[in-house]
Design a protein around this ligand. Structure first.
Ligand code: IPM
Ligand code: MN
Length: 357
């Protein structure tokens, strides 16, 4: 039987309970799908920072890159744990994305039945956040720099076109389309990003290349989301727009993310660790579970991935999809109840599918 080594980073706040939910769903999927998952736990997040002064356990980065087939991470970062400079201390994202060179942050935004099905491709290793821990300033002023390199832009734009080539196009018209989102009317770094986008787009004549300023894109993600297929953008813009998109499909609690490099990949919800919900059995586990589905796609188990997505579509209550904001909860039940229903749906449907001639 095919066995995959999977790293697990529970994170903090609601992270541990979400990872428990995802492990239950993954285990049900593996059983029904005839493959095995060997889970390896790792420390990470604000808890680790508090007792060890680092965001990640010793050797974890190397194990994620060299040993595990993929890693599933819970949200991490307690807002009250701060570095002396005022930035948040428990945040693992920077350490993992930079440390693994996980340059592509793939954020699908999908609403089953509402004609919203696009993917934000967020550059993950440069842009404005290249200045993480590196801004300069004094008591009068501070500055952070926005870094756009040719190599960094080429690889993220290529990733976006490859993704678009494997999809069915925008829900509105079925056209495969990649939209470059920037503020090239204002900043030279963004004009450079757009120039490189145009160069790479020329290698993909079958896919429509579009351009949009980030402010206009934010507006259209809300007013006509069905026109979008794949969007590619600089790190900071992607951070903001992925939350905008989430607000249109039932909240951040519905939105997963993949962080992909050439040597490693890890998967997480797009939301934070919601410390106020921790331990209340009320956080929405959908984003974490959908992140697990993305991981199965990456591992080469697309049937399992699809079974998870179908189960979430069937179980995540219509009320939630219709507009609940933030991470808050399956209106019809608890985190654990919702997870059990998803597991049951997978077990019955995957077994049914396997039984068919
Ligand atoms: C995200 C988060 C992270 C980011 C934080 C937690 C570092 O907001 O993944 O979108 O800024 O990228
Ligand atoms: Mn964010």
């Amino acid at each position: 039987m095919k066995t995959y080594l999977v790293g697990l980073i529970p994170g903090d706040g609601i992270g541990p309970e979400l990872i428990d939910a995802a492990v239950a769903v993954l285990s049900a999927t593996a059983t029904a799908g005839g493959f095995a998952l060997d889970f390896r736990w790792e420390d990470g997040g604000a808890g680790t920072y508090r007792h060890a002064g680092a965001n990640l356990g010793i050797g974890a980065l190397e194990r994620i890159r060299d040993t595990y087939h993929a890693t599933l991470k819970g949200p991490a970062g307690l807002p009250e744990v701060r570095k002396p400079d005022g930035t948040e201390a428990g945040v693992l994202g920077g350490v993992l994305r930079r440390g693994l060179d996980a340059y592509a942050n793939i954020r699908p935004v999908r609403h089953h039945g509402a004609g919203i099905d696009y993917v934000l491709v967020r550059e993950n290793t440069e842009g404005l956040y290249a200045s993480r821990d590196a801004g300069v300033g004094n008591d009068w002023a501070h500055a952070d720099q926005l870094l756009v390199t040719r190599a960094g832009t080429e690889r993220i734009v290529r990733k976006a076109f490859e993704l678009a080539a494997g999809r069915g196009g925008a829900p509105a018209d079925g056209v495969q389309r990649v939209t470059c989102v920037d503020k090239s009317n204002v900043l030279r770094s963004y004009a450079f990003f757009r120039r490189i986008f145009t160069e790479v787009a020329a290698d993909h004549p079958d896919i429509e290349a579009c351009y949009q300023y980030a402010d206009a894109a934010a507006y259209q993600l809300v007013t006509c989301p069905e026109r979008f297929d794949v969007l590619v953008m600089e790190n900071f813009i992607g951070d903001i727009l992925s939350d905008v998109g989430a607000a249109t499909v039932g909240g951040l609690g519905m939105c997963p993310a993949a962080n992909m490099g050439d040597a490693a990949a890890y998967f997480e919800p797009a939301h934070g660790s919601a410390p106020d919900l921790a331990g209340t059995n009320s956080a929405n586990p959908a984003a974490q579970i959908l992140a697990a589905a993305m991981m199965l796609d990456h591992l080469g188990q697309p049937k399992g991935a699809q079974a998870i997505r179908s189960a979430v579509d069937a179980v995540a209550p219509a009320a939630l999809l219709a507009g609940a904001a933030g991470c808050t909860p399956p209106a019809t039940g608890s985190l654990r109840h919702c997870t059990e229903q998803i597991c049951a749906h997978i077990s019955s449907h995957m077994v049914d599918a396997a039984a068919q001639p």
